[in-house]
Design a protein around this ligand. Sequence first.
Ligand code: ZN
Length: 401
Amino acid sequence: MCLVGRVGNTPMSGSFADGFARSRAGDWARKAQGMLAGFPDGAAGRAAGLIVACYEGGGKVLACGNGGSAMEAQHLVAELVGKFERDRASLPALALHHNPASLTAIANDYGYDNAFAHQVDALGSPGDVLVAISTSGDSENTVRAVLTAREKGVVTVGYLGGNGRGGRLGDLVDVPVFLDAQDTATVQVGHLVLTHAICGLVEEALFPNKAVFLDRDGTLIVNRHYGSDPEKIELLGGVVEGLLKLREAGYKLVLVSNQSGVARGYFDELAVARMHDRLQRMLDPHGAALDGLEYCPHHPEGITHPYAIECACRKPAPGMLRRAARKHGVNLSASWMVGDIEADIEAGHRAGVRSVLVGPEESPVPPDYRATDFTDAALHILESSAETHGTSEQSTAGLGS
Ligand SMILES: [Zn+2]
């Protein structure tokens, strides 16, 4: 909001806008600057490390706080469930004030002091993390949430304020992070930076890999109409060399293939497995075997139970890419899709990866690059990777322990 201007028909006082207000506005910025100069990197790293371990163990993050701290809880959850800086698989997280019906019911029946504790009791499991946010460290409902978390084997992180103590929560949580300031507003600035630091570290630790997602028929092997005979697999020119170069550049190689022949009753999943086994045995002697194989056996107009359904994995849907990204810890923002038809390009686009179209087909969804063959596709990815190296694909920072 601009302070310089008019209020109604009266010009705003010049002395207010240029003198007092300007000086006071700067006060808050300077306080934030002073607090951030002592930002607790070590504690932030330890908090991120706990959250990484929680997700690696299949856990979830719960977060709670009041007022501005409730919004910070929600902010943290949004970055984890959605994304921070990387397109990647989503991470489970929940802000405990997000359901007004639960919150008001519990507060009405058990008192507001139990509004969060009751939910930690319901939702928390051993190995989860509770992020308790309180600038004073003394909010009763947040303290009680932490006490319940401890009882349930839920690990606790505290977003706290200064004075070196962080109130009662400072002594209760497993990892207290103190933002050293005397006033609530400045502590809250620190909490915002802490959320971003934690989310950045968590993403880098859990999604360090880049991948090339590969269509099968017409991209890696000669396209035969609903091919299912392993003996007839024929690798396309340049595929082995291209895969090797991509692997050497650090890319995970993951097949993502529509196999609606299963739903249509032309062959079964065992036949798909035999095809992929043969494909791997052809690539393996060259050191070019694939790191992952995903396929979709579905089609809504199929005839075979249970495959005759609409699904989230058949390209152009991005389900197979997202599933593989979760399995292989893939940063989708640094990854690529290579395919020979529009469905491949659209699936890549929807998953948040860049795409290369190989072969003669047209694609109304424009690819990032149009390649004459697989060699050209691999070369383009390697050249782009060299250009972005050191910016979007930096190495993972240490998380502390
Ligand atoms: Zn499917």
